[in-house]
Design a protein around this ligand. Structure first.
Ligand code: ZN
Ligand code: ZN
Length: 585
């Protein structure tokens, strides 16, 4: 029986969205997906000039008969599936059966294939079959696409940037290699090997081929499942974070997909571990019953909707968060180099406006937080619910302070450099967050109500949302023209911040954003943690430094400040020995 049958017209039209062949990447994608469908174990992609001059895809899969090979160039022929519903139920990728005729219509295409009985060669020039001959090919299929778009000069001009074409193809082949670690992928451009995986079904080996050994060492295996979803894969240590979110790669049943909500959930797990504009490397394989997903097909991308999205999000968090929590994340000097910190401007970190804080140390000291009297430096923590055995970092003895900013400390593992401001920010942040997140409706009654003057626009917004303020624990009322009177506020606000908080909430509503109490608390905790921390250039004693370090050690994530900057870096003993040539290699 011929493997190719003519597919139904509806499907053909739905899929033929007119963008099937636009870039060299689309051609590579079509050919590679055909090779995967043909159950290949090895797929080799050789490009000349990023594929503009020549694309050759060689596989060892199930070849075609002579009849199928010819039929493959007629429109709407496909061996893949007959209805859209099949898309995720069958192990087929190359569902756009009309792609081959499309590619052939804008290039000089040679197809060689062998179905174990006879070898066939078909040559198509600008869509016209010019030759059908016997071929000496013994297995699989080889397709050579030359002079792409030679007969469509308009499109050719889009291909001017060979570097971008190549980057897109590499990106695509990387993703295929990650989703099919059992297939050996080779990618070359002008004879230079860009990717070469071994097909041994070892995902970490594929990651190694793509990212190199330094990053591979910083990948953590993950797995977990609930009733509907099973996830396996790898996530990176926060310190190897990338500047682009392109390295968060999710695959559903072996197919690369995009789902913004899923990506956001993954990024949120890294919240405060990495700066806002940095992203982890993540390879996620999600196994799910196809009935739980809804696909929005577009020829160039794959958007997916999950039913039970919240369950999936919970699972993702359950998998990632404990892994990050269990890590020791003090970057040492060698890993800092690979984390792009040295190659990128430090300004890539969010600006904390440390310099423009409106509270100085002494002011901050006198600010009376209403839920806890506190000094500028934390007290040695006697809190019984902090378990000592959970210390994430060993004891470090401070031995000096450099530039009134960096504490130098040591223990038997090496030397540590701690940013005093970042360290205290982390301590404050966790403390404030905990205090503010208390699930009770306690309100703080003010002895003297505070009056706040608003602009007329703000006043209108306040009036429209007065119920919202009441619902989160404010006792507020209108007071004269464009003014409001605050008689009580939610417990979570520290004294002195009522006005700031109310203005902030109004700002949020003004920007037509939805007000989320949790997010608001989170942001307030970050802002406060910075304002209330010792600054760079504030002189502290070694005793105070010791208390600071001991308290930092007991935080949940002592390794980064709430903005994602590192609090602590280390020269391990071995690093030092290496640097002073006491240790070789
Ligand atoms: Zn700060
Ligand atoms: Zn910070």
């Amino acid at each position: 029986m011929n493997k190719i049958h003519v597919m139904n017209e509806v499907l053909a039209n739905k899929i033929a969205a007119g963008e099937v062949v636009e870039k060299t990447m689309n051609v590579v994608k079509e050919l590679v997906e055909n090779s995967i469908d043909a159950k290949s174990n090895k797929i080799r992609i050789d490009l000349i000039d990023s594929g503009v001059k020549k694309i050759k895809v060689t596989d060892d899969g199930v070849g075609m008969s002579k009849e199928d090979a010819v039929l493959a160039f007629s429109r709407h022929a496909t061996s893949k599936l007959s209805t859209l519903d099949d898309l995720f139920n069958i192990e087929s990728l190359g569902f756009r059966g009309e792609a081959l005729p499309s590619i052939a219509s804008v290039s000089k295409l040679t197809l060689k294939t062998c179905d174990k009985q006879e070898g066939t060669m078909v040559f198509v020039n600008g869509g016209k079959i010019e030759k059908i001959e016997k071929s000496d090919l013994k297995e699989g299929t080889t397709i050579v696409v030359e002079d792409l778009f030679y007969n469509t000069p308009v499109r050719l001009k889009y291909l001017k940037n060979l570097y971008i074409e190549l980057a897109n193809i590499t990106d695509y082949v990387n993703k295929m290699a990650l989703s099919y670690p059992n297939i050996q992928f080779t990618l070359t451009n002008n004879d230079k090997v860009l990717l070469n995986t071994d097909g041994s079904n070892d995902l970490l080996k594929v990651i190694y081929e793509i990212y190199g050994s330094q990053i591979t060492k910083k990948m953590i295996e993950i797995h977990g499942e609930n009733e509907d979803y099973a996830i396996t894969g790898y996530i990176s240590y926060p310190e190897v974070a990338k500047t682009s979110r392109n390295h968060i790669m999710t695959f559903v049943n072996g197919r690369f997909i995009r789902n913004n909500e899923l990506n956001r959930t993954i990024i949120e797990c890294y919240h405060t571990y990495i700066p806002k504009d940095k992203f982890p490397i993540v390879v996620f394989n999600i196994e799910v019953d196809p009935i739980l997903i809804d696909i929005n097909i577009h020829p160039t991308k794959m958007d997916i909707k999950f039913s039970k999205m919240n369950d999936l999000k919970d699972l993702v968090q359950q998998i990632i968060k404990p892994k990050l929590k269990a890590l020791s994340l003090i970057p040492n000097i060698t890993s800092l180099e690979l984390s792009e910190v040295t190659s990128e401007k430090i300004s890539a970190y969010p600006n904390e406006e440390e310099q423009t804080n409106k509270y100085t140390v002494s002011e901050a000291m006198t600010l009376d937080l209403n839920y806890e009297k506190e000094k500028i430096l934390p007290q040695e923590n006697k809190d019984p619910d902090i378990q000592l055995e959970n210390d994430r970092i060993k004891y470090m003895k401070p031995v000096g302070i450099v530039h009134a900013t960096y504490i130098i400390a040591e223990n038997e593992d090496g030397m540590f450099i701690i940013d005093q401001h970042a360290a205290q920010e982390r301590i404050n942040y966790e403390k404030y967050l905990k205090a503010m997140s208390r699930e009770d409706d306690i309100m703080t009654q003010l002895l003297v109500p505070i009056s706040i003057e608003l602009s007329n626009k703000e006043f209108i917004i306040f009036n429209e949302n007065i119920e919202l303020f009441k619902s989160i624990g404010f006792e507020v009322e209108k007071f004269g023209v464009n003014s409001i009177l605050v008689r009580a506020h939610p417990y979570f606000l520290p004294k002195g911040y009522e006005e700031m908080a109310i203005r902030k909430i109004i700002d949020i509503i003004c920007e037509k954003e939805e007000f989320h109490k949790d997010k608001f608390i989170e942001k307030t905790a970050i802002t406060l943690s910075c304002k209330m921390a010792i600054k760079a250039n504030d002189v502290i004693s070694l005793e105070e430094a010791e208390i600071l370090l001991n308290t930092l050690r007991k935080t949940e994530n002592p390794f980064t400040c709430p903005h994602g900057r590192p609090t602590i870096i280390t020269y391990t003993k071995y690093d030092l020995e290496k640097l002073f040539k006491r240790a070789m290699n």
